[in-house]
Write a protein of this length. Structure first.
Length: 96
């Protein structure tokens, strides 16, 4: 469960605090059709330009989010890259 006002992610084994940008990214995944976000969707969400630095920054954010999800009890492959499209969330997470 993602509690946006407190920036907390609660899972079956733990609770973890998220940064505002990571919480915003997770919220967007939860609300997106098929839990899939394109690179341009993420760039718009985080107000970033799509260049080589964007891809590196995005990879770091996704790795951090994966680690947070895994720490609270999600599968290690909870977020996967979708070739030439973006990323997809494969966990069911409720918003509060």
């Amino acid at each position: 469960m993602l509690t946006l006002d407190k920036l907390l992610l609660k899972g079956p084994i733990a609770t973890s605090r998220l940064s505002p940008s990571v919480a915003m990214l997770l919220e967007a995944f939860i609300k997106a059709p098929k839990s899939r976000l394109g690179f341009s969707d993420i760039a718009d969400l985080l107000a970033l330009e799509q260049d080589e630095a964007f891809k590196a920054s995005l990879q770091v954010r996704v790795v951090r989010l994966r680690k947070k999800l895994h720490a609270v009890g999600a599968n290690e492959s909870s977020i996967e890259s979708v070739r030439n499209i973006g990323y997809q969330l494969f966990e069911t997470i409720k918003l509060q």
